[in-house]
Design a binder for this molecule. Structure first.
Ligand code: ATP
Ligand code: MG
Length: 487
């Protein structure tokens, strides 16, 4: 893996000035496993003021003394390189913030404060030769795909309880086959409740990384097994072991997870993934009866409210909350070809918002696949997509024209009557033939010409234009049908 020249430059400049500099943390992990890092972090024994002296285009940006260096790179993640002085985090009394951050003298001290062995390596390439500093056998754990706390797990989680959640996040996002090392896992299970000390915003950011990974479903399951889910979305646990009815072979919780799995497999966006996970969250609370005939009336309404509460608690932006709650609220729409009127499709589009329709259909797909009894639904869904597009299309009518019936009456000095209608029809024919002709100038000239024709001639022209127009309308419908493979 190549180290980008911007990163090399930063390191060389620091070394030229007599300091040490390493790439550290997640990017070393990613370089060693042959994956392009999301960002590049550099650590050094220089102090913030010394760093900013070396790089005129830089700023010191937070309490950890990180200096951000601006580069000329076109690539977003290389536009800014973060350089952080070696540090140790001193004494944590609230499981959240170090009471004091202190500069450290050596890179070894800096690595020891990091969360997991695979994240606690440093890489230098002085004289062209790469050298890995790996005090905690991170390379071995990388090879074995193991997330292991640096040092004594319980102490490390007690220092910063966000690490509980980060353990699950890395196990989920790093790829297939990753596991949490048994002692680390035990420490998480035993101390899951410490997560409550962490702000909801920080929890949300890690949670979203789990949701956005290819293995999102496994991540949620791991949260449940480690006992962390209870502190993030306890409502999901309510569905654990709750059976459904004859339409479903999976329990509520399993069904939610499988729907998310499908959404992740399809690389759907975060709204669809979250809606897929939460779409049936209202079921346990609305279940009536047992066995194959159990019902869940209004689960989508209850579920939408719960969704809004959950996302609000996790401090999601208001816009996202509204959108996802809508997807949950309307996921259960009824659609049967020929049975559901165009008017009710219009109503659905209006309630959900035209901009959310594509995502709603994706949630519905995830729901169907997650139910384990996928019916012959694809045709129904395609047909619905077709009707949605049809009702969204502008009607082809004389209202498209840049001149109106009133204009015509004024130009020709005539009263309302069939003549005006005929002229409009003929003009629409011209414009459908060539949309560029839809200008006031052109059309007004044509009105004058048409006004000179006899009633009979005009009527014939208008009739021909109307026939042409019908052909175009049905052609458009035909094309829309073809697009969705429906008849
Ligand atoms: P990603 O590829 O998702 O960015 P990352 O490993 O770079 O993963 P970051 O959250 O960007 O993760 O953090 C960068 C590095 O800082 C980590 O690799 C780890 O060494 C250290 N780190 C971050 N957060 C913590 C924490 N809460 N406790 C200890 N070390 C941490
Ligand atoms: Mg990172």
């Amino acid at each position: 893996m190549d180290i980008p020249k911007e990163v090399k430059f930063v390191i060389q400049e620091l070394e030229k000035n007599g300091f040490e500099a390493y790439i550290v943390g997640g990017c070393v992990r990613d370089v060693l496993r042959g994956v392009e890092p999301l960002d590049w972090d550099v650590a050094t024994n220089a102090k913030p003021e010394q760093i900013s002296k070396i790089f005129p285009k830089s700023f010191i940006d937070n309490k950890f003394g990180t200096v951000t260096v601006l580069t000329e790179s076109e690539e977003p993640k290389l536009k800014e390189i973060e350089i952080t002085p070696y540090r140790i985090d001193e004494k944590y009394t609230d499981k959240r913030h170090p009471d004091k951050v202190e500069w450290a003298k050596t890179v070894e001290e800096d690595l020891a404060r990091r969360d997991f062995t695979v994240n606690a390596m440093a890489l230098r390439f002085a004289q062209g030769k790469p050298k890995v500093i790996d005090l905690f056998k991170g390379q071995e754990d990388l090879k074995d795909k193991i997330i292991r706390a640096v040092g004594k797990a319980e102490d490390r989680f007690s220092e910063d309880a966000l690490r509980l959640l980060r353990a699950v996040r890395f196990t989920t996002t790093l790829g297939e086959g990753w596991k949490i090392e048994p002692k680390t896992n035990q420490a998480i299970k035993k101390n899951a409740l410490w997560l409550q000390a962490i702000s909801k915003e920080r929890q949300r950011d890690e949670f979203l990384k789990i949701i956005m990974s290819d293995r999102a479903d496994e991540g949620i399951e791991l949260l449940r097994k480690t006992g962390l889910l209870k502190y993030i979305i306890p409502e999901l646990k309510e569905g654990y072991g709750v059976t459904q009815n004859k339409h479903h072979i999976y329990e509520c919780y399993e069904h939610n997870i499988l729907s998310l799995k499908f959404a992740a497999k399809k690389s759907f966006n975060k709204y669809v993934r979250l809606a897929a996970l939460l779409h049936d969250i209202g079921k346990p609370r609305t279940k009536r009866g047992e066995g194959p005939e159990a019902t869940f009336y209004n689960h989508e309404i209850v579920g939408a409210k719960m969704t809004a509460q959950i996302l609000n608690r996790l401090r999601f932006p208001k816009k996202d909350i509204e959108k996802i709650a809508k997807l949950v609220r309307y996921h259960f729409f009824y659609y049967n070809v020929d049975e559901v009127s165009e008017a009710s499709v219009r109503r659905l589009v209006r309630s959900v918002g035209p901009e959310n329709m594509a995502e709603l259909l994706q949630v519905r797909m995830a729901d169907r696949i997650g139910s384990g009894v996928p019916k012959a639904e694809p045709y129904k869904l395609r047909h619905l997509k077709y009707v949605i597009e049809r009702v969204a299309q502008d009607p082809i009518s004389v209202s498209l024209l840049k001149v109106s019936g009133d204009d015509i009456m004024k130009i020709l000095g005539v009263r309302p009557g069939p003549k005006v209608g005929h002229i409009l029809d003929v003009l629409l024919g011209y414009v459908l033939d060539d949309p560029k002709k839809n200008t006031k100038d052109f059309l007004e000239k044509e009105v004058k010409k048409l006004g000179k024709l006899s009633d009979k001639e005009l009527k014939e022209l208008a009739q021909k234009a109307r026939q042409e127009r019908e052909k175009i309308v049905s052609k458009r419908d035909e094309m829309t049908k073809q697009k969705y493979w429906v008849t």
